[in-house]
Write a protein that binds this ligand. Structure first.
Ligand SMILES: [Zn+2]
Length: 263
């Protein structure tokens, strides 16, 4: 008989399986690190971490976010809307005027050579792309991942259910021998128009650019680091620098003191 209670139970179970199975099949299995990231950092940072597929690069960025702590939200790169607002502002005009003054001084002091600057604010997407492909990040990522595996197990499955507090303590205490040559996504000073890279060109060709590998050959030997600094001191009162760790003679922070656009 169809309405016996055991039949009803059996049919109900079959229906439940039929309903549940496609959902379970469609739902992607979350990476064990995803929950840890969500637990430990603000949403905008955990969203950026979700766009870093390599577990070593992810851990390296997560560690930097943890160390940045309460300053993270204030330092976080502008959204597209904030970049648009800056592009129409008096603050941007002031920045471009000072860059032009430095460039003019440099061209006059070094006949035949020019300054090239990309003054565009570096979006979060670009910073994430750089983080996912940069070689120095890859080397530091391999190191942190290998030590992480020593601590928490070599297999991704071993990290399921890992206590986020344990992960946080380990990441805070980790000191690597290798370091990334670029800022973690969201934390570049270029993301709030608070840094400018000054490069040197000759007849339109780049002769001293932003490659860390060429600092000695392109900057130190021809003394472009000294000559750029002279022009900055003479004509760029709001620029501080250059960055020394990592060694980037082209990178100057821009701090005009009374910026309203910077949050
Ligand atoms: Zn820079």
């Amino acid at each position: 008989m169809l309405h016996r209670s055991s039949d009803v139970v059996a049919i109900s179970i079959l229906m439940l399986i039929a309903i549940a199975t496609p959902c379970m099949a469609l739902k992607p299995y979350p990476h064990p690190l995803a929950g840890i990231c969500e637990e430990l950092v603000p949403p905008r940072a955990s969203q950026a971490l979700a766009d870093i597929p390599d577990p070593g690069r992810k851990l390296l960025a997560l560690r930097i976010y943890l160390r940045t702590g309460s300053r993270l939200v204030q330092r976080w790169s502008w959204t597209d809307e904030e970049i648009k607002a800056f592009q129409a502002s008096a603050e941007q005009q002031a920045l471009l005027k000072e860059v032009a003054a430095v460039s003019a001084h440099f061209a006059q002091a070094n006949p035949g050579f020019q300054i090239y600057v990309n003054a565009a604010v570096r979006s979060l997407d670009v910073q994430i792309r750089n983080w996912n492909s940069n070689e120095s990040v890859g080397i530091a990522a391999d190191e942190i991942l290998s030590r992480w595996k020593d601590e928490f197990g070599p297999d991704v499955q071993a990290w399921v259910g890992l206590d986020p507090k344990k992960a946080r303590n380990w990441l805070n205490g980790f000191e690597g021998a290798k370091r990334a040559a670029i800022a973690a996504p969201g934390l570049s000073f270029h993301g709030q128009a608070r840094a400018i890279d000054f490069q040197v060109t000759q007849n339109g060709a780049m002769i001293a650019g932003t490659s860390s590998k060429d600092v000695e050959h392109d900057w130190r030997t021809p003394k472009w680091d000294v000559k750029l600094k002279e022009s900055i001191l003479a004509a760029g009162p709001s620029f501080r620098g250059p960055l020394t760790s990592p060694d980037e003679p082209w990178h100057y922070e821009y701090d005009p003191g009374n910026r309203t656009a910077v949050k």
